[in-house]
Design a protein around this ligand. Structure first.
Ligand SMILES: C[S@@+](CC[C@H](N)C(=O)[O-])C[C@H]1O[C@@H](n2cnc3c(N)ncnc32)[C@H](O)[C@@H]1O
Length: 362
């Protein structure tokens, strides 16, 4: 799927009860300034709710035009962009809220690890990750990555009935100051049984917003150009503005035109074979025909040729195989003259007088 089509299809907003539960698990008791980033923010509601409850400035990125229009009203800094074509300053975010589209990157590669790798560097040490994915996507590789970069990792299942749709889980983690290098420890953390917790009942806060690391302003800009902007740019600048190109490519249609001289048979045959006169009626004397033409590209094997060449071992004979590409025109005509010949169908294969089709001329 192309990126925009994928974005359209991949909209699964975080249910409100889940956003409320997430907000209960994170607090900002010291009232630190900070930033929240939702890199695929949809309509922006969960990002706004969490940013408001924690006193953070909200940053959102959304690819879909309509959802971007909605989210930019309620988030503080929003870009219509592909998150993968956006520069976000490293270590600038206190909280990353990541509920990526549920799709794959082709070749059976899921997108969730790519999103996690993209967003982890933008979290400051001590920053909080909230990562929502379907439970079957919690793979060993993903957990290895989490164990390398996060501590206090916790897994919560969506409550019922929301869990039933996509079996989503919310993964929390606190970004470490430096990645864990101990492979054995990483493996142990990635393979231990996951104790999924529940959002039901009263929740005790587990995470706190750290003091902000990078003061204003931060880099947050897009390198992505929307298809609409690309089109407008190409129309306003580029070669389409050049009158020579325009004149060469645009033929004003002013209705049927009469050639200055009668067409020779060869001209007519080429026009018919090119399909330029498809579905037109032509008359030969009192007979009227409907014609259709098309030209097919094909290849033809030529007889092999022998070649004699000198090699360090003496003279050698080599056989050269030759193939040429050809355009094979075909014209079909149906007699539509009233009378006994009505409906007669003629197929004209354009071959040369040796019975071979005409080879492509350079
Ligand atoms: C699962 S929804 C999550 C929406 C919102 N964060 C929430 O939790 O309610 C994923 C959103 O990501 C958007 N999206 C998909 N690919 C994107 C990309 N490459 N960059 C930015 N947004 C993208 C989709 O348009 C969709 O709105």
């Amino acid at each position: 799927m192309r990126t925009i089509a994928r974005a359209k299809a991949g909209f699964y907003p975080t249910p409100e009860p889940v956003t409320r539960a997430i907000a209960e698990l994170i607090q900002n008791p010291s009232g630190h300034s900070g930033r929240l980033c939702d890199p695929c923010c949809g309509l922006g509601q969960p990002a706004r709710a969490l940013a408001q409850s924690l006193g953070l400035v909200s940053f959102g990125i959304e690819l879909d035009r309509d959802r971007f229009q909605e989210s930019k009203i309620i988030l503080e800094d929003t870009l219509r962009s592909d998150a993968f074509a956006t520069s976000i300053q490293k270590q600038s975010m206190s909280l990353v809220f990541l509920n990526p589209p549920y799709d794959d990157l082709g070749k059976r590669q899921r997108s969730e690890p790519a999103w996690l790798r993209l967003l982890t560097p933008v979290l400051q040490p001590g920053g909080i990750l909230v990562f929502i994915i379907p439970e079957p996507r919690v793979t060993k590789d993903l957990r290895r990555y989490l164990a390398t970069h996060y501590r206090q990792i916790a897994f919560f299942r969506f409550p019922h009935p929301e869990y039933l749709a996509f079996r989503q889980v919310v993964i929390f983690g606190e970004k470490t100051a430096s990645p864990l290098r101990d492979r054995r420890r990483i493996d142990a953390l990635a393979t231990e049984e996951i104790a999924y917790q529940s959002f039901e009942g009263r929740l005790t806060p587990l995470y706190a917003i750290p003091p902000q690391l990078i003061p204003e302003p931060i880099e947050f800009r897009s390198h992505w150009v929307s298809p609409e902007d690309q089109l407008a740019e190409a129309a306003a600048h580029g070669i389409w503005r050049d009158p020579r190109i325009h004149d060469a490519l645009h033929f004003p249609v002013t209705g049927p035109c009469t050639p200055l001289m009668p067409l020779r048979k060869g001209h007519l045959a080429r026009m018919i074979a090119a399909g330029m006169l498809n579905n037109q009626t032509i008359a030969t004397g009192s007979t009227r025909w409907i014609i259709k033409g098309f030209t097919d590209k094909t290849t033809k094997q030529l007889p092999p040729e022998e070649e004699y060449c000198d090699t360090p071992k003496g003279q050698e004979t080599r056989t050269v195989t030759r193939v040429i590409e050809m355009f094979v025109p075909q014209i079909q005509a149906w007699d539509i003259t009233e009378g006994p010949s009505y409906g007669q169908h003629v197929i004209v294969n354009c071959v040369d007088h040796h019975g071979a089709v005409t080879p492509e001329t350079p």
